[in-house]
Design a protein around this ligand. Sequence first.
Ligand SMILES: [Zn+2]
Ligand SMILES: [Zn+2]
Length: 316
Amino acid sequence: MLRPSAFTAPGRFWRGNLHTHSTNSDGVLPPEEVCRRYKAEGYDFLALTDHFIGLYGYPMTDTRPYRDAGFTTLIGAELHSGAQSNGELWHILAVGLPDDFAPPATTSFIAEPGQETGPEIAARAVAAGAFVAIAHPQWSGLTLADARSITAAHAVEIYNHGCATGCDRPDGAGIADLLLTEGRRLTLIATDDAHFSEPDHFGGWVMVKATENTPEALLAALKRGDFYSSQGPEIRDIRVEGDKAIVECSAAASVVAMGWGTGAKGVHGHSMTRCEVPLDRLLGSPWIRISVIDAAGKRAWSNPIWREAGKNPRIL
Ligand SMILES: [Zn+2]
Ligand SMILES: [Zn+2]
């Protein structure tokens, strides 16, 4: 029997948003007000991740003053350096950065020759202790080769709420599935990328399992993959037993298991809180991930569950 670590790790789930901006870069609200709003909305933690660009003085926004007994923050930034294959500047999310993380030579949102590359700054952030994610792949126009090049990344943004509401380009699942199929053990985060300039907040979050709501415990749990992501539904347990996945969740209209290629199977019903998804349609995929979709169309996403290292028997 396999269970994702989010459901076996000790502790409880803490709700947080890992991608947010303030007036320290191009957000509308000052850091104190951003933190106040997330806390008032019921979040347990927030990472304020301003654009780490010279234009804004390379901000590493200090949210420590807004921590209290019921709410904590992670120090982070959205890193930018070097060009993607479309010539545009990289966007890489880094949570858990040190205050003295050395700035790249990125003066504006325009990529310039000679800059540290995206893969290099991602690796430097990981070496400095951060949890690193490939941000908004669809919005960025990332190719698979671009995404593949960020070898240090822990995660991919499977859903970016600001890119959903502002651009109708929320997706990271397509490129994440291709990377998983190449054997990359990435996790999947939903984020807001809130600037408070649009209805871009309180739409995508992570539920992190940890014994305490502290930056250290949350960061370690993120790196271990002890979390799932959501727009609303709760995932309470997932167990893979033989050729079925048993999913316990808040009231769902569909529960879908996915693997490589076309491998997928959905189970549908009314207000399902427990269901068994047959996995025989997953074509022997070494990884499985689960989506829970409620009657309003809101989703929750598990991290990939790895069954084995495998090769798709259909690829000769
Ligand atoms: Zn971005
Ligand atoms: Zn952003």
